[in-house]
Design a protein around this ligand. Structure first.
Ligand code: UDP
Length: 244
């Protein structure tokens, strides 16, 4: 049943959550109360008719670069980072289950006793049946990030937009929590994000979105219900898209 309210601007979206988004106030790992809250928001947008794909990072558990900094081989450390994203995806699926939202975890690294492997037509089929698809293990390749995985999967899934969830209501010229003079942008082009080195997503992800004309929205999901507002075009957010 569709929820009441203004219609959705975007029907099929990919939500990119960083690992830190699952951490809450903790220094490490998964705070299930935060995951439960986020999954209620997902329930809200699926009830409103959205088809939802999710890519979750792994930075709350392990980051390849920090492993490499401690002397580990970078590729090995990156595989560990990808495994961390699988843990997060499983935790999120569990929370979605509790909300009564049907979901699938599809991993770019096959691990058949844990979850399904990523196969594009299978994922498309789940989305069109309104099941939430959680893409785990990033792109499956070291030296990439889950931001790039998010843009890649969004293009493969014909998503209309990628929503990158952050703790603030858009992109600023500097960290607004540290610099009171930071300028906030409503709208940016891909090349502005790259030229200003705005660090909202890595350059590879921005370039892939640009080359495929995929809009990126950066907004907060800190307040419950904001995700639905973003999809209705009612939230404060920054949109990155082709201009002119
Ligand atoms: N990673 C990778 N290839 C990918 C995606 C992720 O090697 O396609 C590894 C990389 O080590 C990264 C870690 O997984 O540091 C966690 O992902 P990310 O840092 O993107 O997570 P987030 O910052 O969103 O929590």
């Amino acid at each position: 049943m569709a929820a009441r309210g203004s219609p959705l601007k975007y029907k099929r979206l990919l939500l990119k959550l960083s690992g830190e988004a699952l951490m809450g106030q903790q220094d490490y790992g998964i705070d299930m109360s935060v995951v439960d809250r986020l999954s209620r928001d997902i329930e809200g947008i699926t009830a409103a008719g959205a088809e939802v794909a999710i890519v979750i990072g792994g930075g709350n558990i392990f980051r390849g670069l920090s492993g490499a900094a401690k002397g580990m081989d970078r590729a090995t450390a990156d595989y560990m980072g990808m495994l961390a994203t699988v843990m997060n995806a499983l935790a999120f699926q569990n929370a979605l289950d509790h909300q009564g939202v049907a979901s699938r975890v599809l991993s770019a690294i096959p691990m058949p006793t844990v979850c399904e492997s990523y196969v594009r037509p299978k994922a498309l089929g789940y989305l069109s049946k309104s099941q939430v698809v959680l893409f785990a293990a990033g792109t499956g390749n070291p030296f990439f990030t889950t931001d790039t995985a998010a843009v890649l999967r969004a293009i493969e899934m014909n998503c209309e937009v990628v929503l990158k969830a952050t703790q603030v209501d858009g992109i600023y010229s500097a960290d607004p929590k540290k610099d009171p003079n930071a300028e906030r942008f409503d709208r940016l082009s891909y090349s502005e994000v790259l030229a200003k080195d705005l660090k909202v997503m890595d350059g590879a992800a921005i370039a892939l979105a640009r080359d495929n004309g995929l809009p990126l929205i950066v907004g907060s999901i800190e307040e419950p219900g904001n995700l639905l507002k973003v999809l209705r075009g009612e939230a404060r957010q920054t949109i990155i898209e082709a201009t002119g």
